[in-house]
Design a protein around this ligand. Structure first.
Ligand SMILES: Nc1nc2c(ncn2[C@@H]2O[C@H](COP(=O)(O)OP(=O)(O)OP(=O)(O)O)[C@@H](O)[C@H]2O)c(=O)[nH]1
Ligand SMILES: C[S@@+](CC[C@H](N)C(=O)[O-])C[C@H]1O[C@@H](n2cnc3c(N)ncnc32)[C@H](O)[C@@H]1O
Ligand code: SF4
Ligand code: SF4
Length: 354
């Protein structure tokens, strides 16, 4: 007798074809070893390319992971899944009260992961020493300009001095390397790119210019407005000589150039025009406890439900690790920004963890 399809959904096996290995492998041969943890979706700046002036509807408090829950997931990631680097991000991670404690917990793990922070640096002036003492290895600071008025117009807050003080405090605390991330916006801060590079060279900080991505909450991104990597390099070459860095890039998003044949380098993160998805080693955890295998992925895998469903036991941790593996196994090959059918991510960058 022929069977008649009834259209009844069957349980999907999310790991079809996945080899039985502990690490976070995907279908395209990549292995995720770099965990980016968003600890909050809130922020005290309102960068125009990231958030609207009025802010966003923040995640409700009871949906956010606690410090204990984040530490447990980080431990699972290192113990079971081969995670080697943990980056705390957001929203603005310095707004999360448990950040120092989380860094301390991560630093106690064996093998100890690299611990880094991506931040706007507001308040870092007073906290860099304590965070370094807790175990913070390195820091990336967002700074789009060293002109105070331009800074205020991009971030909608007059806080440039606090950011610069945060950079100085990181240097004094011995955090290294310090990197600066800058998004260039046409007609807004592109004429200040060389001044920003000079500022970073003077402080021995590595500057990277980022191509703006279509992950703003306003959906205002347009390819023709974006300043491309080629344009960024042309702007810099008007005042500096640049030579491609010989060091292998690996999974790093930034392509590097040495500046004026010195030991200083500048980077360009060309996510749109020269995507680096083929070598991606990233996986993300949102502040409300979902795994996102790609910044631009359509799928999320909730871990919070399992985390809160019962007492923490080794077998629950193993089940969480398995779900995490399934999430990464299904990771898409790339972001598809340049494809005609590209869909904006369902969450803005600040809610995913940049
Ligand atoms: N498309 C894409 N862009 C990313 C990804 N991770 C980071 N970026 C871009 O790179 C910028 C800088 O990211 P950071 O958090 O400073 O760190 P990083 O450059 O990834 O890491 P390091 O160079 O190792 O410090 C972000 O603002 C994004 O614009 C990613 O997984 N995919
Ligand atoms: C979302 S923020 C979170 C961490 C922290 N608040 C900060 O600004 O560093 C992380 C990074 O994302 C970058 N970013 C935000 N929106 C972006 C966009 N539309 N395109 C490219 N990068 C973006 C920021 O410049 C920042 O370096
Ligand atoms: S880029 Fe960072 S600092 Fe700027 S609004 Fe987004 S989350 Fe806040
Ligand atoms: S867009 Fe997705 S696949 Fe590409 S580098 Fe970023 S996280 Fe990895």
């Amino acid at each position: 007798m022929n069977s008649i399809p009834l259209g009844i959904p069957t349980a999907r096996d999310l790991s079809v074809g996945r080899p039985d290995v502990p690490g976070l492998v995907d279908r395209f041969g990549r292995v995720a070893t770099d965990l980016r943890v968003s600890v909050t979706d809130r922020c005290n700046l309102r960068c125009t390319y990231c958030m609207p002036a009025e802010g966003l509807e923040w995640m409700p408090g009871d949906e956010l992971l606690s410090t204990t829950e984040v530490s447990r997931l980080i431990k699972i990631a290192v113990d079971h899944l081969g995670i080697e680097e943990i980056r705390f991000t957001g929203g603005e991670p310095l707004l999360f009260h448990g950040l120092g404690e989380l860094i301390g917990c991560a630093a106690d793990l064996v093998p100890r992961p690299q611990i880094s922070l991506t931040t706007n640096a507001l308040g870092l002036e007073h906290r860099a020493g304590a965070l370094a003492a807790a175990g913070l290895d390195r820091v990336n600071i967002s700074l789009d300009t060293v002109d105070r008025d331009t800074f205020a117009s991009i971030t909608r807050r007059d806080r440039l001095p606090a950011v610069l003080a945060g950079i100085d405090a990181c240097r004094a605390a011995g955090i290294a390397p310090i990197k600066v991330n800058a998004v260039l916006l046409r007609g807004v801060n592109d004429d200040g790119a060389c001044d920003l590079l000079r500022y970073c060279i003077d402080r021995d900080v590595e500057l990277r210019f980022i191509e703006q991505m279509p992950i703003d909450s306003d959906n205002a991104w347009a390819a023709q407005n974006m300043i491309t990597a080629e344009e960024i390099l042309a702007i810099l070459r008007s005042e500096f000589s640049l030579h491609p860095e010989s060091e292998a890039r690996g999974s790093a998003p930034a392509e590097l150039w040495t500046v004026d044949e010195s030991r200083h380098r500048v980077g360009v993160i060309a996510s749109v025009t020269r995507p680096f998805c083929g070598d991606c080693n990233r996986v993300r955890l949102t502040a409300d406890g979902s795994v996102r295998s790609c910044l631009f992925g359509a799928e999320e895998f909730d871990l919070r439900g399992q985390l809160r469903s019962s007492e923490p036991t080794e077998s629950v941790d193993r089940a969480i690790a398995q779900r995490w593996r399934e999430a990464v196994w299904r990771k898409q090959p790339g972001h598809g920004i340049n494809d005609p059918g590209f869909l904006h991510p369902t969450r803005p960058m600040s809610a995913i963890g940049g």
